[in-house]
Design a protein around this ligand. Structure first.
Ligand code: ADP
Ligand code: MG
Length: 728
């Protein structure tokens, strides 16, 4: 086994950067060339079809069958010209990632041959036999199939030789079986509710759009080393491995230059992304060695999320061309930073106003305060739900575990906004003239021209205001962003609706609109101020303080999922039309099931590695030492032998201690797994895995990592952290 390790290390360190095939043209020439965007629609569709399609996209309407047939014909013609031979409905199952089933563009021609064809029916709707996708019992395999249906707001694209059609995935009875369906519902809800509020300030507003700019963090590992680590290959993270003497202490990676092999990978990836219309822009090293980040220019949230999911699969592809494997796991290595996917989230009107940006007039500043105060209220009310929405078996290692920020949702607002909120809260008496039609006088403090810069940053907050947007940082690097954004947009939409109801009622009673808006914003601020925390989110004191403030501090992932079924959550989701209770129950089943399965796999791999790789290697070394001690005893008298061989004897004993602990703990872990597997519900199973299996995995690892420091380097079977983490 150690031979494999050394061969892998040698192979990895001898590699040079792979040469990238640079496009001859400028980026604007090949940007989105693999996307059936409006420009291609215009080129490939009859004029009437083009107009009907664009109208349906803009107004979120259904396509008639006739139009769909015509779109399918043009789309196929374009795709075939691009070399596509198959098409697939591309959807987002609850397992995470994306799923696809490919069909060729062929049909019998009735003469023993085939014709190339693609119809509107196939474009718009399919019934994939996807009974193997988890559905939490909603879609019984006997009872019905799932439907996938084209999301016309997200354009089709080509990957390899396949035309991919972004679709939603729902059950026969209409329940969501994916992430896209509820995400679209949530975006619709936030559009409606935010528009109600924006219209208090500007009646010309008809729609509010939600924007998302994600920042994808990831690790790269050389392929040969990855292959020599069964834990990485099977679970996406290292289940053991002693800290490298050097890791991120010097913070030299963050500021360092990008290694040439990595730069070649990034360049290749960026070109590929640009061809697919993913507007990636920023790249840099991250804090941990071998850790990097990629961010696009932000886009409308549904499209941005499709792009992120597509990016994750493109990264996998491209990394292999460069003899790397990309690790999207939230915590591939213990002791160094994990990976997140910050979600920069904002709202903007169809009249071009950014709703989380302060304006230049008191009126637009009042609008800013109204929007911010509602986000505060929503995040406060639903902090437990927001946490549940980002939680998973993998992200649990990043939040709430050892050496990670605690699993508590709070908001960072920064000193400027903090001051403004203080003065509003205190209702300081100076007067303010709002530049309304009549110039209404209000007995409130002047809201000055707000200049909020985003230099005031706090890197430890899970949810931070950054000048014109919120940065939802708790989202995990491997997650589908929709999960977090469904919860966030739904909670905020519900808050907006309640706010608008209250304001409308008071205005109907003859109160002054601006005064009511400010009053209600103040109420929000006072009620939800405890969600604000600008201090160090990693500190121990914060955990205690958060508890005192009544924020959710649950650290067990399976128990966090319960929040989805609390009265407050069910009520909120039903009110804004995102999930029925049945859907929530079904989705929770899937969450618990996924949680247990991931831990089950990890625990099996760890048991296997411990018994079949680590223990044998340690015993060989022990044998060497024993042999040495015996020979010393033969050659020297007792006293001298003790002096010379004593050290080895002590090592043998310490190793024996670790070895027997590992054996005992692995046995215990296996038996706990069996008990967990027999639990009557998915929830109890997940709780059992969390409480009785996960802690043993940590313990086993401690003994293995101790052995790693003792055993002869020549014998150690797995690539070590120092080998995995430093790309030359
Ligand atoms: P950071 O300093 O946090 O790394 P970046 O400049 O890399 O910030 O930007 C992070 C992301 O935020 C990018 O995807 C960017 O497009 C996005 N972003 C910027 N402004 C907004 C906004 N108003 N709404 C949503 N996303 C935004
Ligand atoms: Mg950022």
């Amino acid at each position: 086994m150690s031979e494999l390790r050394f061969k892998s290390v040698e192979e990895a360190s001898s590699r040079k950067a792979v040469k990238v095939d640079l496009p001859k043209e400028r980026v604007d020439k090949y940007y989105a060339e693999k996307v059936f965007n409006r420009q291609k629609m215009f080129e490939y569709l009859p004029r009437a079809t083009y107009e009907a399609l664009v109208k349906a996209i803009d107004n979120k309407e259904h396509l008639s069958r006739e139009v769909a047939d015509s779109v399918a014909e043009g789309m196929k013609r374009w795709a075939v010209e691009q070399g596509a031979r198959h098409y697939t409905h591309w959807f987002q199952p609850m397992t995470g990632g994306t799923a696809e089933k490919h069909d060729a563009f062929i049909e019998h021609d009735g003469k023993g041959g085939v014709i190339e064809t693609f119809t509107g029916k196939l474009l718009v709707q399919q019934e994939p036999d996807a009974s193997s996708f988890p559905n939490g019992g909603i879609r019984n395999t006997f009872e019905a199939r799932g439907y996938s249906a084209w999301d016309i707001s997200s354009p089709a694209f080509i990957v390899g030789n396949t035309l991919c059609i972004p679709t939603i995935f729902i059950s026969y009875t209409g329940e969501a079986l994916d992430y896209k369906t509820p995400f679209l519902r949530a975006l619709n809800a936030i559009d409606k509710s935010a528009t109600r509020i924006a219209r208090f300030f500007d009646p010309a507003v008809n729609h509010v759009v939600c924007y998302l700019g994600w920042e994808q963090e990831y690790f790269l590992v050389d392929e040969a080393l990855y292959m020599a680590r069964p834990d990485l290959a099977l679970t996406g993270r290292t289940l053991m491995g002693h800290e490298s003497a050097k890791n991120q202490q010097l913070e030299d990676h963050y500021f360092g230059s990008i290694p040439s092999r990595v730069e070649a990978f990034m360049l290749d990836l960026e070109i590929e992304c640009h061809r697919l219309g993913i507007p990636v822009k920023t790249r840099h090293n991250e804090v941990a060695p071998n850790q990097f980040e990629l961010a696009p220019v932000y886009e409308e949230a549904n499209l941005a999320n499709d792009h992120n999911l597509l990016l994750m699969s493109v990264m996998n592809e491209v990394s292999r061309r460069h003899n790397f494997r990309v690790l999207l796991h939230e915590k591939p290595f213990a002791g160094i930073n994990g990976s997140g996917k910050h979600n920069n989230w904002s709202l903007g009107t169809d009249t071009g106003k950014q709703l989380f940006s302060p304006g230049k007039t008191p009126k637009s500043n009042l609008e800013f305060i109204v929007f911010i105060s509602n986000v505060m209220a929503a995040v406060h009310k639903h902090n437990a739900l927001l946490k549940a929405s980002i939680m998973s078996a993998t992200n649990a290692h990043r939040l709430g575990a050892n050496e990670a920020p605690p699993a508590i949702i709070s908001m960072f607002l920064g000193s400027q906004l903090n001051e403004i909120l203080n003065s509003i809260e205190k209702n300081e008496t100076e007067a303010i003239i709002l530049q309304g039609k009549e110039g209404v006088r209000l007995d409130v403090n002047q809201i000055p021209e707000l200049m909020i810069d985003n230099t005031d940053r706090n890197r430890t907050s899970p949810f931070a205001f950054t000048g014109n947007r919120f940065e939802y940082r708790a989202v995990g690097s491997s997650a589908n962003c929709a999960s977090a954004l469904i919860a966030l947009n739904s909670a905020v939409a519900a808050e907006f609706d309640e706010f608008a109801d209250r304001v409308e009622k008071r205005i109907a009673n003859g109160e002054n609109c601006e005064k009511v808006l400010l009053d209600e914003a103040r109420e929000n601020i006072i009620k939800s101020r405890v969600i604000q925390f600008d201090g160090n989110g990693y500190s121990d004191e914060w955990k205690e303080e958060a508890k005192r403030r009544g924020l959710d501090t649950e650290s067990s992932a399976p128990l966090m999922f319960d929040t989805y079924l609390s009265d407050a959550s069910v009520d909120m989701f039903e009110k804004v039309g995102i999930f029925s209770k049945k859907e929530l129950e079904a989705r929770n089943e899937v969450k618990w099931e996924m949680y247990s399965k991931k831990l089950q796999i990890e625990s099996r791999v760890l048991g296997d590695l411990a018994i079949n790789h680590i223990i044998p290697a340690a015993i060989s070394y022990q044998r060497l030492l024993l042999d040495n001690v015996y020979k010393i005893k033969e050659l020297f008298d007792a006293d001298k032998a003790k002096a010379i061989g004593g050290q080895d004897l002590a090592t043998i004993e310490t190793m024996a201690g670790h070895l027997s602990s590992i054996k005992k703990l692995v046995e215990e872990m296996v038996s706990n797994r069996h008990i967990a597997n027999r639990k009557p519900s998915e929830r109890e199973k997940a709780i059992s895995y969390h409480d009785t299996v996960a802690p043993l995995m940590e313990e086993i690892r401690v003994h293995i990592d101790a052995l790693e420091l003792m055993v002869d380097n020549e014998i150690w079977p797995l690539p070590k952290y120092r080998e995995l983490l430093f790309i030359r």
